[in-house]
Design a protein around this ligand. Structure first.
Ligand code: HEC
Length: 94
């Protein structure tokens, strides 16, 4: 769980999500998800996804169409703008 949180710089983003908010919110996510794109102990990688797919998956947890209780709980606390911000942040992490 190291290092890549410090990805900095002035990446131009054409996307809707607020990248800095995403980085802030990601601190919770990366206690389980690797920032390296590797799966670890049953936790899948979440970096480099197209934003629309990332948002669709998060909304599926939020709406309880996907079963995982941990992710349902986490996604249930996030607003749409939070999910968009996370989608932007994690897409660029690679
Ligand atoms: C307590 C550990 C934990 C935390 C914290 C956590 N996740 Fe997860 N996440 C998981 C596990 C386990 C899965 C696999 C669940 C499943 O099989 O549906 C998962 C699945 C996902 C998936 C779907 C991946 C796929 O390939 O289908 C996404 C996207 C995701 N998490 C995003 C997030 C985001 C964004 C956060 C922070 C807001 C977060 N997670 C926080 C454990 C965690």
């Amino acid at each position: 769980m190291l290092g890549l949180l410090l990805v900095t710089g002035n990446l131009q983003s054409a996307s809707a999500g607020d990248r800095e908010l995403g980085q802030y919110l990601s601190s919770e996510c990366v206690t389980c998800h690797q920032t390296t794109g590797k799966a670890v102990e049953g936790v899948p990688p979440i970096v480099g996804w197209p934003e629309d797919q990332f948002e669709a998956v998060m909304n599926a947890y939020k709406d309880k169409q996907r079963e995982n209780p941990v992710m349902q709980n986490i996604a249930g606390r996030l607003k749409a703008e939070d999910i968009a911000a996370l989608a932007t942040y994690f897409r660029e992490l690679r």
